[in-house]
Design a protein around this ligand. Structure first.
Ligand SMILES: Nc1ncnc2c1ncn2[C@@H]1O[C@H](COP(=O)(O)OP(=O)(O)OP(=O)(O)O)[C@@H](O)[C@H]1O
Length: 307
């Protein structure tokens, strides 16, 4: 499900209050510093992404019910569940396409009642879509370059076209696109039109376009849907490399449990909008509630391989 909710949106930004110890001196300052160290030691590090008590309904249908989720920095975190469990709704809330009825989304220290889509890139968040959202008539290189289009506003760019600054920005963007194309082994198809490539390669191009921004947090919406086994292996390796090489925190929703179990550090399981399990792949695999709700059901597309 990738339908986009419409309607007026408002969001609230709640930064943490600044520390105050401006006029402290001598012993007072030491006390303040000690106090701060103690406070820091007691205060848990905020996860890269946090969802708190997220609920969402469509008419009478509860898509999400009081869902909590934390994603640690540098983690590969999967969200799985049967059809209609609420996975896409959850991803759409994190990327600002849906506004939850209740709850908050945290990116590090910042919390939102509704995530502002226009600020997503600025927050270091990128996403891919379940149905490919590539420009099929453009080359792979140009598609990847489009991932950086937000860096300069069009009006501003028009004003500075031809200027040394414009040339420098363009050169930097092109270099970043070349780098990620090489990283994802897409050099051979760099100049091919995206629409002419096999589906699995197009998925790779979409991943490249998301990664070119070097996001802190990457949201992957069913990245393995419709791709061959060999392509699944390669894409899985790319996802892992993105985390290992760029330190990108990754959240993926996915149907293919085999891929998820081999790739993820932790897995959350949704069923009818509720989180019914959360833990390592080994923990989730043996959870009776998960077996009942999901793993007990045979899935033709499940893949088992070591990555
Ligand atoms: N835009 C929408 N309008 C109405 N109902 C919706 C909308 N989006 C989701 N839903 C409903 O919310 C529930 C959760 O749907 P969602 O698409 O989030 O589940 P999912 O786990 O991603 O399913 P799938 O794996 O089939 O994509 C379903 O009952 C769905 O019909």
């Amino acid at each position: 499900m990738t339908a986009i909710a419409t309607g007026a949106r408002v969001f609230r930004l709640e930064d943490s209050p600044p520390h105050r110890c401006a006029d402290a001196s001598g012993g007072q300052r030491e006390e303040a510093l000690e106090g701060r160290a103690e406070h820091a030691a007691k205060t848990p590090v905020r996860p890269a992404l946090g969802l708190a008590h997220i609920s969402l309904t469509f008419g009478g249908v509860a898509a999400l019910r009081e869902v909590d989720l934390d994603v640690a920095e540098g983690e590969i975190r999967a969200v799985i569940g049967p059809n209609g469990a609420g996975k896409s709704s959850l991803l759409n809330i994190v990327s600002g396409l849906y506004r939850p009825d209740r709850g908050e989304v945290w990116f590090g220290e910042r919390s939102f009642r509704e995530v502002p889509t226009s600020k997503l890139a600025g927050l270091g968040v990128a996403r891919t879509f379940q149905n490919l959202a590539l420009f099929k008539g453009l080359s792979v290189f140009d598609n990847v370059l489009m991932g950086l289009a937000h860096r300069v506003r069009a009006g501003f760019l028009q004003q500075i076209v031809g200027s040394p600054l414009a040339r420098r920005i363009e050169a930097e963007n092109r270099a970043a696109a070349e780098e990620v194309i090489g990283f994802l082994h897409l050099t051979e198809v760099r100049d091919r039109l995206a629409g002419t490539l096999p589906y699995g390669v197009q998925k790779g191009v979409e991943l490249a376009r998301a990664l070119v921004t070097r996001p802190k947090l990457l949201l992957l919406d069913e990245p393995f849907a419709g791709v061959t086994l060999a392509e699944k292996r390669e894409l899985s390796q790319h996802v892992r490399n993105a985390r290992d090489s760029f330190g990108t925190t990754i959240v993926l929703i996915e149907h293919d449990i085999g891929v998820v179990m081999g790739l993820s550090d932790r897995v959350a399981v949704l069923d009818y909008g509720r989180k019914i399990a959360d833990g390592t792949p080994a923990q989730v695999r043996t959870d009776p509630a998960v077996i009942d709700a999901y793993l007990g059901v045979a899935h033709e597309t499940d893949t088992e391989f070591e990555i």
